[in-house]
Design a protein around this ligand. Sequence first.
Ligand code: FE2
Length: 391
Amino acid sequence: MRDSGVHVRSASAVFLWALLSFAVPCHALSIVAGPYLQNPSETSMTVMWITDARCTSWVEYGTTDPLDQRAFHREHGLIDADRTMHRVRIEGLSAGQRYQYRVCSREILKFEPYKVTYGETIQGEVHRFRTLSRQQQSIAFIVLNDIHQRTDILTSLMKQSASKPYDLVFLNGDILGHIEDEPQVINHVLKPCTDLFAQEIPFLYVRGNHEARGRYARMLPDYLATPHGRYYYSFAHGPVHFLVMDGGEDKEDTSPEYSGLVDFDRYRDEQQAWLAKEIRTEAHQTAPFRVVLVHIPPMPSERWHGPDDLYNKWRPLFNQGKVDLMISGHTHRYAVMAPEEGIRDYPMVIGGGPKEGQATVIRVEATRDTLRVVMTRDDGQVVGTYQVEAD
Ligand SMILES: [Fe+2]
């Protein structure tokens, strides 16, 4: 009887071991999105990524191998820890310089007040980036708009653009529809951009009206890095001074669709005041070219409040600031519009989208003398060109 009991206990132990071994898989820390580059400047670059477990993270970087420098994010004296979203700004870089980097994350298994238990550490692959430089003689950038979560279209447009090098990618609004949760941001923006270019080329988000909709719209800034954390900002690269603006929503703030939760009229006033100062800066005035990116084209609609409001508030300043080119989207009808007296002193290029036969990718090449725009449809057909000569 005793023997038999021992056997029963042994059998139970074996069963329990088998259950634990096979039913509970061993967790391996991994990166679920990124690394992707954000908020480039002449002296800094932000690297972002998401892990599937809580970590503390850093970036190893340098101009050559081995990557002998390390950057991490700290705030109020505390190094970021116990989080899945990682944002590291590398500072103190040189303008127009190539760097190599890799992301590193160390899992935090248990966070006690006086003891943190660490798990596995992972290292990403080595990637490269180049800092911006106003001295660079020529640059090229790509603009996508109104993808509306058609990741297949985004992929094919970017693959179409891959034959020539480019420095920056602008996502000019409505890349998403209304935003509901994190997987949507990961699956329709972060993952495709990372897979296609964003490990080595930064993307700049220009918010569209659809990205102001949905319960998770207020979380989108957590996944992006922009100057001062705003959706409107300026920066320069090569011969171009860029102004990125946020047109907000297209309907009245009081429209029932927004349930009393938007305040875009005053937000456009705030940007008007910023723009008035911005066009007086030396950086804006002395740049060979001034390019504006805004999702909703500033033109009178006589039907929609948002376009009318930003047309009235911003257009006089765009004229005054001698803008050379405006790039927009929103209408889903691609168009190239020359300057028109009394309406606007600058040309406006509007990208199409999001369906086959309407989707476009805009490529702009700038030298000290010329700004050259080529808009290509998803079938490879060039559907618009424009050229601006420097004064
Ligand atoms: Fe739109």
